[in-house]
Design a protein around this ligand. Structure first.
Ligand code: KG4
Ligand code: ZN
Length: 334
């Protein structure tokens, strides 16, 4: 059987990324141009700046990926691109690049949902075994997704307000830590003790939804109230307490869902999957070997295009195609 080559493009937020994968699972090129430095001084992603960087970077990143893979467009079977969700101006750069290339080289165009991409990052690590559950935790998303087969996504729980990564970034800002704050809180948390009592939003009995805005506000209030009394709170203790609260809710709900849905695998996806505390809590919780826990390496947890190509490979085989009217959909449902 002939090898399958998929080129993936991802520009939904602040990374311009192009990757090429072989036979759905083997990375042959994976190029990511991060814009973090440009957004840092604003404490978060500025959409207009993101779009401009994507325009500047997309051709350079594309050429680098083709060079790494040492192939030409003639050998590519399909072009997969993130169509949403994300920042509309950012998404449009990737979508238009994909359309231009698909037209110029007469290649099929495969639209990919960003979260499907995060989930399929796991297929670059191991073969998926269904039914499975994916815990998606990123700067924009916190979702528990049930999959009974390839390409089938059922969201059984999601955040009702802030995403987990968003809460990390906002708490980091309160503690005067640089953007993105997740890794800084993670590091601080390991130096402190979870001695500060913070809330956990369990929501209604049986719900797999999440809520992190109450926790975020509790952290901000704790800092402000202490400042008013002329006291300071050890930032490492606050980070440890916040992190414990987030992990407690994520792991408890995930464990319940794993049991209720009787899945074979638990996949973890998104930037917050890089969190050391979360990784070790999940490893401990699922150490009995009843299910297989899969957590991709750091570079595949944060935004990249290999994950988009991995999801695109499956969608391509399922016959999913877009024509040149493909548009970016910022609020796309999975
Ligand atoms: O998946 P991602 O790269 O972008 C989105 O699609 O949102 O995730 C970025 C998020 C940021 O909020 C960042 O603070 C968080 O992932 N993050 C972490 C860690 N590393 C990155 N959060 C907690 N602990 C970490 N070690
Ligand atoms: Zn993402």
């Amino acid at each position: 059987k002939k090898d399958q080559w998929i080129l993936g493009i991802e520009t939904s937020c602040d990374e311009t990324a192009v990757a090429i994968i072989k036979n759905g699972r083997e990375i042959v090129a994976n190029v990511v141009a991060s814009q973090i430095e440009s957004h840092k001084r604003f404490g978060g992603v500025v959409p207009e700046i993101a779009s401009r960087h994507h325009v500047e970077q997309i051709t350079i990143v594309m050429e680098e990926a083709l060079k790494q893979a040492n192939i030409t467009f003639a050998e590519i079977d399909a072009i997969a691109v993130t169509e949403g969700p994300g920042l509309v101006g950012a998404l449009l750069i990737g979508v238009n690049a994909a359309k231009a290339l698909a037209f110029a080289h007469n290649k099929p165009l495969v639209p990919v949902h960003h979260i499907a991409g995060h989930i399929y990052a796991n297929r670059l690590v191991t073969e998926l075994k269904f039914p499975l559950l994916a815990l998606v935790v990123s700067g924009g998303h916190t979702e528990l997704v049930y999959m009974k087969e390839h390409g089938h996504f059922e969201v059984i729980g999601e955040t009702r307000d802030d995403a987990a990564g968003e809460a990390y970034d906002k708490v980091a800002r309160t503690l005067n830590l640089p953007y993105p704050g997740g890794p800084h809180i993670d590091r601080l948390a390991h130096e402190g003790c979870p001695v500060i009592d913070l809330p956990r939003a369990w929501l209604e009995e049986g719900s797999y939804d999440f809520s992190f805005s109450g926790l975020k506000s509790a952290v901000i209030n704790t800092v402000h109230n202490a400042a008013q009394r002329g006291e300071t709170i050890a930032p490492e203790d606050l980070a440890a307490s916040f992190q414990e609260s987030v992990i407690d809710v994520l792991v408890t709900k995930t464990k319940k869902a794993v049991e209720e849905y009787g899945v074979k695998q638990l996949l973890v996806a998104g930037g917050v999957a890089a969190n050391k505390g979360l990784r070790s809590a999940l490893e401990k919780t699922f150490s009995d070997g009843k299910i297989e826990l899969v957590i991709p390496p750091l570079s595949l947890c944060t935004d990249n295009a290999a994950m988009i190509a991995a999801a695109g490979s499956v969608m391509f085989e399922k016959g999913i195609r877009a024509d040149l009217s493909l548009n970016a959909i910022p609020g796309l449902d999975i």
